[in-house]
Design a protein around this ligand. Structure first.
Ligand code: PMP
Length: 453
């Protein structure tokens, strides 16, 4: 009798017959098992064969308060009984109204207008189009270029890809993309030996100052990921650079777009990363944690000044005629409201300080590892940069796929880690406990040794 296939294997086999997975060379799955997930609970994902995996990357950085969180689930279920979706042009609903009121109270003062989309890349598209269109409506049609940082990431749609700079995702599509001005990132991993994060970040601002000085007349906006360039390998910089950018954008008459899609909602230790520099961007893009990781939703929050440049008689054709079918979906807004309730009721930002310290202690063991160039942390994001040779800084050949070895080992030990090339990182849901941090630490330690051997 042939052995009965496991549920996992059966589902994986059927899946690989019909599904094309994101960000994946599908041929890898000839060898690499696909993990079917039957349910989630807190920071854990359960498969169909009785294994569980600690979701140390919050399912692509979206999950904040655990999977199947009873409070968010209840809010979505209640909304499901009332209204699942409605067109947001000409119509509105309470969840989108309440969410907009609450976001504008939470965000840096002056960000008062919420425009909704349904994923992060679309929010970036909205901000880019809105900034260009603002200048057009203001009689400045020449301002149509964008300044972006080296190693930045803003999404995969063509506009978002154009303002990003991760070669792995961008290079193939370059012929399709608008031309942007790319300025060196203040990335503190690249600082001189002995130089502080702040000194390095301030010194690197000279590049931005130079680009603004030269191009301000033709530039609509600078777009950045505040404090952490996440997809670029969790590269971090000092808030002083953001303060300098705000001042320079004002001086040069250029918009500032803050993409807080990954870093918003507490990831950097404050509710929004921009708070650490006490700045107010002209556009703030939010998604991912916005709904606690429950449902796709994004929002661009901007100022009355921007809003005012579009507000006129219809026949002037100055309106922002951009839409997505699921814009401001009520279920997603209900999840977002429940997420904000949890932040408030549980004092999450304060509680996370202790959690971030425990993560720092767990990560400190890697600091002296012969294959670790740097352990860095901003709030709830910890990153470990692996190199072939710590003394010379020589990097591993990317073809060796060291990160993949670590990924596979971690899965075999019940932890979901998904290194970005040679960068292992922890970005867990905020409900992770001490025992789970200990597991993360030991599995990462084994994985690093194995991957670097
Ligand atoms: N901006 C940043 C900073 C991101 O990290 C991401 C997603 N990783 C995006 C934009 C794109 O969001 P989405 O995947 O929802 O399109």
């Amino acid at each position: 009798m042939p052995q009965r296939q496991s549920r996992n294997a059966d589902i994986a086999r059927r899946d690989l017959g019909v599904v094309w997975h994101p960000c994946t060379q599908m041929k890898d799955h000839e060898r690499l098992p696909l993990i079917p997930v039957s349910r989630g609970e807190g920071p854990w994902l359960h498969d169909f064969d009785g294994h569980r995996y600690l979701d140390a990357i919050s399912s692509w950085w979206v999950n904040l308060f655990g999977h199947a969180n009873p409070r968010i689930s209840a809010a979505v279920a209640a909304q499901l009984g009332r209204l699942e979706h409605v067109i947001l042009a000409g119509f509105t609903h309470e969840p989108v109204l309440e969410l907009s009121e609450r976001l504008t109270r939470l965000l840096p003062p002056g960000l008062t207008r919420c425009f909704y989309a349904d994923n992060g890349s679309s929010a970036v598209e909205v901000a880019v189009k809105m900034s260009f269109h603002y200048w057009l409506n203001s009689g400045r049609p020449k301002k149509r270029r964008f300044i972006t940082l080296s190693n930045s990431y803003h999404g995969e749609t063509l506009g978002a890809l154009a303002v990003g700079d991760v070669a792995l995702f961008k290079d193939v599509y370059r012929p399709l993309l608008m031309d942007v001005i790319t300025v060196p990132s203040p990335d503190c991993h690249l600082r001189e030996p002995g130089e502080s994060w702040e000194t390095h970040s301030r010194r690197m601002f000279a590049h931005m100052e130079e680009a603004l000085g030269r191009h301000a007349d033709e530039v609509a906006a600078v777009i950045i990921e505040p404090l952490v360039q996440c997809a670029g390998g969790m590269r971090m910089y000092h808030p002083a650079w953001l303060s300098m950018l705000r001042e320079a954008c004002d001086r040069h008459g250029v918009h500032l777009i803050a993409d807080e899609i990954a870093v918003g909602f507490g990831r950097t230790g404050t509710m929004f990363a921009c708070e650490q520099a006490a700045i107010r961007p002209d556009f703030m893009c939010l998604s991912k944690g916005l709904t606690g990781g429950y449902l796709p939703l994004s929002v661009v929050v901007t100022t009355e000044q921007v809003y005012g440049a579009f507000y006129d008689d219809y026949t002037k054709l100055s309106a922002f005629l951009h839409s997505h079918s699921y814009t401001g979906n009520p279920l997603a807004c209900a999840a977002a409201l429940a997420t904000l309730d949890i932040f408030q009721a549980d004092g999450v930002i304060g509680r996370n300080r202790g959690l971030a310290q425990r993560m720092a202690r767990a990560a400190s063991r890697f600091a002296d590892h012969p294959h670790v160039a740097e352990v860095r942390q901003t709030g709830m994001i910890v990153a470990i940069e692996l190199v072939r040779d710590r003394r010379t800084g020589e990097r591993f050949d990317w073809r060796e796929r060291r990160g993949l070895r670590l990924y596979e080992h971690a899965l075999s030990r019940g932890v979901l880690l998904r290194p970005l090339g040679p960068v292992v990182y922890w970005m867990p849901p905020y409900v992770i406990g001490d025992e789970e941090i200990a597991l993360l630490e030991s599995v990462t330690a084994e994985g690093v040794d194995l991957a670097c051997a």
